[in-house]
Design a protein around this ligand. Structure first.
Ligand SMILES: Nc1ncnc2c1ncn2[C@@H]1O[C@H](COP(=O)(O)OP(=O)(O)O)[C@@H](O)[C@H]1O
Ligand SMILES: [Mg+2]
Length: 254
């Protein structure tokens, strides 16, 4: 853990139980004279090991919320504790270090490095996440095999289907042993068959490794694979739905 993160550790039981605690978190984007209030005042707790879906129409603040949770952006005000660390006042450099160490991101458009093979993309992430020069205990081949791509190690992104590229992105996210995996519409650019494989992979990671996973979607059936669904409207959480019997990704109809 970086010195800044260590100095911002928040003692107390609630940070052991919850991977994320948001108290009155507010986000305003300033564009010159114009202010856009993307998140008015969010209070939220996310349990360790939870699979959470954030559901809402376009412009409802889903990406804004995810970017705050992952330290891509800082809140305008309020308190944001992630994995026991108060990151509310972190500057960009501190956020970058924090993110690199703890958060796995999966984007709608995969964002793989096109000139590197699947294996090299994952190896690159392993190198970046090596802490204090110590090599990671994880292995790129093992990670890619885990997501079902053991036979695609030397393919470049352009030689892979969208679903396969996204599974490389999942393997890349796992390379750093993240405490939190955040997916911003991870199946938004996939057909339903390949999308299901990606959701299945995420669900397995959640169940087998206990990694907390948060996915953003505007698709109601997909949200039902989660343990809990946050419904967003104009930046506000208008409903928190506990899913009694989460649907298997195999059975999602979309
Ligand atoms: N960088 C930004 N600058 C200004 N306004 C932004 C920025 N990002 C998002 N917004 C605005 O904040 C609101 C929420 O956006 P966003 O979080 O991207 O929603 P969603 O992901 O649900 O589509 C929208 O009104 C959007 O236009
Ligand atoms: Mg978005």
């Amino acid at each position: 853990m970086s010195e800044t993160a260590a100095a911002n550790m928040v003692p107390g039981a609630k940070t052991d139980e919850y991977i994320a605690v948001l108290e009155d978190v507010h986000k305003v984007y300033k564009m010159g004279e114009v202010e856009v209030e993307a998140l008015p005042d969010v209070f939220l707790k996310i349990r360790r090991g939870e699979f959470l879906a954030v559901l809402g129409p376009s412009g409802s603040g889903k990406t804004t919320l995810l970017n705050l949770l992952g330290g891509i952006d800082a809140p305008t005000s309020g308190q944001l504790i992630i994995d026991g660390v108060d990151i509310s006042h972190f500057n960009q450099r501190e956020l970058t270090l924090f993110r690199r160490e703890k958060i796995g991101f999966i984007f709608q458009f995969f964002n793989l490095i096109p000139t590197l093979t699947a294996k090299e993309n994952v190896e690159f992430a392993l190198e970046l996440s090596a802490r204090d020069g110590a090599p990671s205990s994880k292995d790129a081949v093992e990670l890619l095999t885990k997501v079902g791509l053991g036979e695609r190690l030397n393919h470049f992104p352009a030689q892979l289907s969208g679903g396969e590229q996204q599974r490389v992105a999942v393997a890349r996210a796992l390379a750093k042993d993240p405490v939190l995996i955040l997916g911003d519409e991870p199946t938004g650019n996939l057909d339903f068959r390949t999308g299901k494989l990606v959701l299945k992979t995420l669900k397995e990671v959640n169940e087998q490794e206990g990694t907390t996973i948060i996915i953003v979607t505007h698709n109601v059936p997909i949200s039902q694979i989660a343990d809990r669904v946050l419904h967003l409207r104009d930046g506000a959480i208008v409903e928190e739905e506990v899913v009694e019997n989460p649907v298997s990704p195999d059975d999602v109809e979309w």
